[in-house]
Write a protein that binds this ligand. Structure first.
Ligand SMILES: *Cc1c(COP(=O)(O)O)cnc(C)c1O
Length: 413
């Protein structure tokens, strides 16, 4: 028998370590089976879609037309009750909330609601809830109204700003952080206001990054988007453009070849969307994201941490992993703002940190977004991380690894 070599020994140690790492992922893999994604529910969704088409007396062709989807957003409690077979009590509750807060859901997003609708993250994000009428918060906790130096503009940072081009959305999310802008009427900003916003950007050479958002920026017409993006391309100091939109989630039909032909003309373009649950990652969302990527856009996700939707490490892990599969890079997780009417969504910062702890090291770094708490009063985004620094002495950091092992790192001074 040959003597055991040093290399056998390192291989054995590596195998033992691999077994340890396997154990780390095991409990997630067990739980993962219980976290459904939108990729595995095509048959159920298609059936719901046919039912909605029957009730709306519309065709498959209508369904694929984004303008039909917007025109036929469901905003009548009676119609919703028919589609989802709601009880009279449920219908009356929705009507009551609807007297205070506007609601509307695209037929596509409605088709994603499963049979277990009480617990459906899709239902909860789209259908009014009585709890919206109670609880604290304010309508403008970020003081956005005070950060607008020109029409349509929100400026809170040195080198970048937002242009709000519309208050329209494919659906009015129940957790919406900009509720105060969602009035009774849909309104795109008028061309003159947008022109003034563009003039502000042109007149301030330190602005190198412009975010076009709303509302949902992709509810503008192709022509309007083309005009705004062209104007920004003509400003020499604007280095990058970003679009804020939830259409890949709520209205993937909007991502037409014609829209992509417009977007393709205006690189570099970054598009940030908002997937909050793996059930939203559907074959249709994937197709929309594929088209956007093929048009040269770089896709990112800004999830909102929502109680009962994604305030769970395994759900958030699965969401971010599913997003990478459709080429959407998790960018931010936002801690919910204290907007009036959304208190039932709030969860603790401790919970947010626990989620970040469960992601880092345990899964791809690409699947780890930055966790952000917005400072009250519009003072900006604050990144939060679990504490990895245990102690600091001159020349020496005591740090904690992702597994909680304590290590010392010398610092050059
Ligand atoms: C979030 C935000 C931005 C963009 O911030 P990034 O951290 O660069 O993504 C820009 N302007 C305003 C007003 C914002 O709220």
């Amino acid at each position: 028998m040959r003597e055991r070599s040093a290399s056998d020994d390192t291989r054995l140690r590596a195998l033992a370590r691999a077994a340890e790492l396997k154990m780390d992922v095991d409990s997630y893999l067990k739980n993962r089976a219980e976290i459904p994604t939108g990729m595995s529910r095509q048959v159920e969704v298609e059936a719901r879609k046919r039912e909605i088409l029957r009730i709306l007396k519309a065709s498959e062709q209508d369904w694929d037309d984004w303008k039909w989807q917007v025109r036929n957003r469901v905003k009548d409690a009676g119609l919703l009750a028919e589609i989802l077979e709601l009880s009279t009590t449920e219908r009356k509750r929705i009507e009551k909330v609807g007297e205070v807060y506007r609601w509307a859901v695209s037929p596509y997003y409605l088709s994603l609601i499963g049979d277990d609708r009480e617990n459906s993250p899709i239902y909860k994000q789209s259908v009014p809830d009585m709890r919206e009428l109670y609880g604290g918060g304010s309508l403008d906790p970020m003081n956005e109204a005070l950060t607008s130096p020109a029409p349509c503009i929100t400026r809170r940072y040195p080198d970048r700003l937002i242009i709000n081009v519309t208050n329209q959305c494919a659906m009015f999310c129940r957790h919406c952080q900009r509720r105060r802008n969602i009035g009774e009427i849909d309104r795109h900003a008028c061309r003159d206001d947008i022109r003034q916003a563009l003039e502000y950007v042109a007149g301030n050479p330190e602005i190198r990054d412009v975010l076009i958002t709303g509302g949902d920026a992709l509810l503008l017409s192709d022509q309007m988007l083309d005009w705004i993006l062209s104007e920004l391309d003509n400003i020499p100091h604007v280095e990058i453009k970003r679009i804020g939109t939830r259409v890949p989630v709520t209205l993937p039909q909007r991502v037409t070849p014609a829209l992509c032909d417009v977007l393709r003309k205006h690189p570099p373009l970054y598009i940030n969307t908002q997937f909050n649950h793996p059930l939203e990652v559907t074959p249709w969302a994937k197709k929309a994201c594929d088209r956007l990527v093929e048009a040269g856009a770089v896709l990112g996700n800004q999830a909102v941490l929502l109680r009962g939707i994604n305030d769970c490490p395994d759900v958030m892990k699965r969401l971010n992993q599913e997003l990478l599969r459709i080429r959407v890079r998790p960018y931010y997780i936002f801690h919910p703002k204290t907007v009036k009417g959304t208190s039932h969504w709030w969860t603790s910062i401790h919970r947010g940190l626990e989620i970040m702890e469960a992601l880092r090291g345990h899964t791809s770094g690409l699947a780890v977004p930055t966790y952000i708490v917005n400072a009250p009063g519009g003072l900006g985004k604050i990144p939060l991380m679990p504490q990895y620094i245990v102690n600091v002495r001159p020349g020496k950091f005591t740090l904690r690894t992702w597994e909680g092992k304590i290590v010392e790192v010398e610092e050059a001074i």
